[in-house]
Ligand binder design. Sequence first.
Ligand SMILES: NC(=O)c1ccc[n+]([C@@H]2O[C@H](COP(=O)([O-])OP(=O)(O)OC[C@H]3O[C@@H](n4cnc5c(N)ncnc54)[C@H](O)[C@@H]3O)[C@@H](O)[C@H]2O)c1
Length: 368
Amino acid sequence: MSKPVLWLRCEKKEFERRSALTPTTAKKLIGAGFDIYVERDEQRIFDDAEFEAVGCKLVENNSWPSAPKDIPIIGLKELPESTDPLPHTHIQFAHCYKKQGGWSSVLARFHHGGGTLYDLEFLEDENRRRVAAFGFHAGFAGAAAGALALAAQQDGKKLGLLEPYENEEAMITHVKSTLGGSGKNVKALVIGALGRCGRGAVDLFRKIGLDENNILKWDLDETAKGGPFQEILEVDIFVNCIYLNSQIPSFITRDQILAAGKDRRLSVVVDVSCDTTNPFNPIPIYSINTTFSDPTVAVDVGPENPPLSVVSIDHLPTLLPREASEQFSSDLLPSLLQFPNRKSARVWTDAEKLFKEKLAEAVAAEGL
Ligand SMILES: NC(=O)c1ccc[n+]([C@@H]2O[C@H](COP(=O)([O-])OP(=O)(O)OC[C@H]3O[C@@H](n4cnc5c(N)ncnc54)[C@H](O)[C@@H]3O)[C@@H](O)[C@H]2O)c1
C-alpha cells in the first residue's frame, strides 16, 4: 500500500498567519508513516525551515493546483474566489454549508472538478462535538479587540491596525496598559459564555482585570426568553459567541439603539460568531466583516447619540497565531491519523456524507 500523503497549502487570506499543520503535528504524522508536502509560505507564523527540520518536503508557494489529483490538500481558510474546477480532496474551512454569501458557487467548483470537501468546521466526534476548533483563542482575541476598541472610542478615536501578538502575555499587557492599567471599570456581557469562544472571552476579561460581577455570562438559559435584550445596552462591551444553527429573535436591533438615545452605555459589539451574511444573524446592526487593518465598523446610531462600533473579524485567532495553530492542529491530529481510512473512519464518512448533501443543494441552487 502506498504511503499516506498530505499537502499543506499556503494561505491566501490577508493577515492569516495560522496553519492547519504545525511542525509539531507534521512531525507526528511523519512518525506515523505519512509523507508531508509543505508549500513555502512567508505569511505562515511557522518558518518553512521549521517544517523542513522535521522531515517535510517543501514545495513552491500556491503550487497545489498542479499537485497529483490523488494527494489531499490541507489548508485552513477559504480559497481565493474563482470559478476554477476543484478536482482534489480538500480539508479546510470553506464557510459554505450555512448558505453564507456565495456558498453555492464555492460548492459548484467541487461539482465541476469532481473533488471532495471535508470541512473542518463539521468534523465531529461521537458526541457531535467538533474535534477541533479555534474557538477559545477567537473569543480571547475578540474580547481583547473589543477592549482596545472601547479604549480608542473613549479617547474619541477609532481603533487602528491590529497586529498578531508574540504570545498571550504580550496581548494582555498591551490591552491593560491601553485601558490605563486595568479593565476594572469595564462591564461586559458574553452570550454563548459556556462555549469555546465564550470561555475564551471570559478568560481575557478576567485577565485584564474586570471584576467578576462585571462579566455577565449568558448562554441558552438566559436567552430562552427571546430577544431583543435591553441588558445588552447596559454594558460597555457585548461579545456574541453563540453557535447559530436556527432562526432566533434578534439579540439587539437598530430601533432599540435609536430608542435608547443618549442613555446607552453599550459602546462596542464584538461579533465573534460573525454570522454577518447569514440570513438569521441575530445582530442585524451591521453588514460587513471588519479586518485587522480596519477593525471596527460604526453603527448608524442617529444624530448626537454616543458612538457604537462593531468588531466583526472572522479570523480572530490569528492575533495569537502560534498558540492557536498548535492547539487546533493537535486537536485535529487524531482524526488526521485516521484519514488514510477515510472510507470507513466515522469522523470522515460523516463529513463526506454532509458534503454530498450540501453539494446536491448547491447543484440545485445553481441549476447545474
Ligand atoms: N470570528 C472568529 O474568528 C471565529 C473563530 C472561531 C469560531 N468562530 C465562530 O464562533 C461561533 C461559536 O463557536 P464555538 O466553538 O465557541 O461554539 P460552541 O458550540 O463551543 O459554543 C457555542 C455556545 O453558544 C451557546 N448558544 C447557542 N445558541 C445560543 C443562544 N441562542 N443563546 C445563548 N447561547 C447560545 C451554546 O449553548 C454554546 O455554549 C461559531 O459560529 C464559530 O464559527 C468565530
